[in-house]
Design a protein around this ligand. Sequence first.
Ligand code: ZN
Length: 270
Amino acid sequence: MKIIDAHLHFVREDEYFDGIAAAAGHINSEEHLREQFDSLDVVCGIVMGNRGLELEDHRYPEFLRYCIGLDSGYLADKSVTESLDLIEKHLRKDQCVGIKLYPGYCPAFITDPAYEPVYELAEQYGKAVAVHTGATAGSNALLKYSHPLTLDEAAVLHPRVQFVMCHFGNPWLMDAAAVLEKNENVAADLSGLLEGRVDVDAFFLEKSGYTQQLSAWLGYLHEYDRVMFGTDWPLVNLSEYQRFIRRIVPEKYYEKVFFENAKKIYKLNA
Ligand SMILES: [Zn+2]
């Protein structure tokens, strides 16, 4: 089965990313990622952009696409006009398949007026807006901005924008399901639910309440046309993570969840 990894990070030669890759049993390099993708039938990955908006900082190998990330630098370093100009330059590129927002890490709700022109650009170019939701790495971020319910209003205000709720709002799974159930223009990715190395069998025993909740809310929602496999590489071990998601998603929806949905939502020619 061909697979698309709908959520990863790709920051070369960076101490932080090198460290989390090592903790997950990986090496933070293009060669290693390519080898891992080949061995696991992953044909394409979608990078969630970090490190600002400069065009030269977003050169990726041909097996990757990316969402340009509006991380903590957005609105802080540059004039809004200059930032929007750069975002538009990315959106004109085929390899750029969307925009990634980082609420929680950025201290603003995604309905903040500062993001309005960003949604207009996404609609104009027909590209998705992926939104970090749920728990955050580190204690400096603010959870009230990353709660999945915040996506509801953005989705209502921008019905022609395709949103992606990253991490299925984890651990606010019930709220995430409610937002997806109500808003057809919201999809979700199942990335970043684990961290580092995980003994998958032991995890399902020790955290059975959690894994049952995850399966249960996905099953309640029953929108397997709008849920995508993603990993959050290099945060997780790729083969362990695939095994984990295969146990959460019913087998008859594998084709959709592991491949077709990402291809459709991010308009890939994979
Ligand atoms: Zn991520």
